[in-house]
Write a protein that binds this ligand. Structure first.
Ligand SMILES: [Fe+2]
Length: 376
């Protein structure tokens, strides 16, 4: 098993649900800049087809890394743009979303100043709303109570001082109190144990919810489910039922953005920390069950059936990618904290996503640096 520094609880899984058929959207090739025929893909192996379709975006990932590594390419040139977008200008009714994920605020490494800087920079883009994508604090999954309360104070205080636009929050694995009972010395009976802490941190009553802003509906999901003293990624039965009903009750004409902490689908979940030696060639490609939703195919089929889900945003991996499948974009944004405030992660610097969401369901996305220089 590879070693990852994502955080506590990365576990291995071998099997995923099998979709019956998949089709590569011709528009995906345009979006991601690599070749694809647009022909139907035979349903031989669901997981293999799924990965084959997802890999279309690999060209985008490598281009982003190359652009950021040189630091000479303007961010706009590395932007990912949805297909069928109007060529220029702001369409009336467009709303701007800033997606700030994986802040991991802490007392060390000037993280509080970094969080403030990211929010200030994001607001210069005049967003209509901000969504934090999880892992707001670093870390309460394993931390003892005094440390958890310190982190909560820093996050809430900084947010109150530095953010003056509507903000919504998604829960990440690092925001969940004490699931590692041994390291946190928790009993599991504390009133704010587990996701209750995250709800209090964010001022929400439940870790999954929906809201509307302008012509768009936003669905914030709770990716993180317990597994022993760790976690894995899926929606539990109650949340899946709620999501199914929510999508069914949403008009087909109303564009939907889904936001989760752990990617529902991601290329970087494949590449981050993956083995890079000849001895693994010809063996299975592995995605760990804490890296990407293990119910990805179920969710994608649900989104396809709903017909109104346009984009799914996530973080968690601290890397940047964009997969387009069946007309649905899956975007993983890089982290505000980069590598836990120690610099870039595999060439992806500290930053956040900016999306202009048009009333017709098309959108643009770019990943924007805020100028943070790590001092380690
Ligand atoms: Fe994170």
């Amino acid at each position: 098993m590879r070693t990852l520094n994502r955080g506590p609880g990365t576990l291995y899984t071998k099997d995923m649900e099998q979709p019956s058929t998949t089709r590569v959207s011709p528009s995906a090739a345009t979006t991601c800049g690599t070749s694809a025929s647009g022909a139907p893909v035979p349903a031989t192996s669901g997981r293999r087809n799924f990965l084959r379709n997802a890999i279309i975006g690999a060209g985008t990932l490598s281009a982003m890394r190359a652009a950021f590594a040189g630091r000479a390419v303007p961010i706009e040139q590395s932007a990912v743009t949805a297909p069928a977008a109007p060529p220029t200008g702001i369409v009336p009714g467009t709303i701007r979303l800033a997606h700030l994920t994986d802040i991991h605020v802490q007392p060390e490494l000037r993280a509080e100043a970094g969080m403030a800087s990211a929010f200030n920079h994001a607001q210069t883009n005049k967003p209509d709303l901000i969504i934090t994508g999880g892992d707001a604090v670093m870390d309460v999954f394993e931390a003892k109570r005094s440390r958890a309360e310190q982190l909560r104070g820093i996050f809430q205080g900084t947010l109150k001082r530095e953010c003056s636009v509507p903000v919504h929050h998604v829960t990440g694995n690092h925001d969940i109190l004490g699931w590692n009972r041994k390291k946190s010395e928790s009993t599991g009976t504390e009133a704010d144990w587990g996701k209750r802490f995250a709800c209090d941190l964010f001022g929400i009553s439940r870790n999954y919810y929906t809201f509307d802003h302008g012509p768009w509906r936003f669905i914030c999901l709770d990716s993180v489910q317990p597994k022993d003293d760790r976690y894995t990624a899926y929606l539990d039965d109650a949340q899946m039922e709620w999501l199914t009903q929510t999508l069914a009750a949403t008009p087909k004409s109303m564009p939907v953005a889904v936001v989760s902490h752990i990617p529902i689908l991601s290329l970087t979940a494949l590449t981050y920390g993956a083995p890079r030696s000849r001895e693994h060639v010809g063996t299975d490609t592995v995605i760990f069950n804490g890296e990407m939703h293990t119910d990805a195919t179920l969710l994608h089929d649900l989104f396809k059936q709903a017909g109104n889900v346009k984009v799914c945003l996530s973080g968690h991996v601290h890397l940047l990618d964009h997969c387009m499948i069946d007309g649905i974009s899956y975007i993983c944004d890089g982290a505000v904290c980069g590598s836990w405030w120690k610099g870039a992660v595999e060439g992806i610097p500290e930053g956040y996503g900016v999306l202009d969401l048009r009333p017709d369901g098309t959108f643009t996305h770019r990943y924007e640096r805020y100028g943070w220089q790590a001092q380690v």
